[in-house]
Design a protein around this ligand. Structure first.
Ligand SMILES: [Cu+2]
Length: 159
């Protein structure tokens, strides 16, 4: 077991010992998943934090793929968008939201155990620093246009 997977397992154990999630102050919408090929896919969603404290999405897990990571896109020196694993995760600000949309932050599935089928709901566990684990199901929607991903996004880099 690599250092990283040991570390993540530690986080998961810690998260499970936290109180019930019914009290998690999150509202999740506009979630969907898609695959670019038979080996890799990604999920996008908006997480609103109605709580009074910032939280942080520190990981995600799913049995649909061998590895699940939090990724973002950044532009390299040549203006090419590159995916980057973000180990520290993403802040979900109090009274604000974390936006994971095409061309930006996303949950990455690497090593899909089976191709993602249109209309399927895949189980994903979101792991938060404070709220612990939140289990959701994300619909596979290969046809979703990037612009529909976020009704209230402003600017969008190319997909
Ligand atoms: Cu990615």
């Amino acid at each position: 077991m690599s250092f990283k997977s040991t570390f993540l397992a530690g986080i998961a154990t810690l998260a499970m010992s936290l109180p019930a999630l019914a009290g998690a102050p999150f509202e999740i919408h506009d979630s969907y998943a898609r695959s670019s090929n038979t080996k890799a896919g990604a999920a996008f969603l908006m997480i609103h934090n109605h709580g009074k404290e910032d939280d942080r999405l520190i990981g995600a897990a799913s049995d649909v793929a061998a590895r699940v990571q939090l990724h973002t896109h950044i532009e390299d020196d040549n203006g090419v968008m590159q995916m980057r694993h973000v180990e520290e995760g993403f802040i979900v600000p109090a009274d604000g939201m974390l936006e994971m949309a095409r061309g930006g932050k996303h949950i990455m599935f690497m090593g899909l155990n089976a191709p993602l089928e249109q209309g399927d709901f895949i189980p994903v566990t979101l792991i938060f620093e404070k709220a612990g684990e939140v289990e959701i199901r994300i619909e596979v929607d290969q046809e979703r246009k990037a612009s529909e991903a976020a009704g209230h996004t402003h600017e969008h880099s190319s997909d």
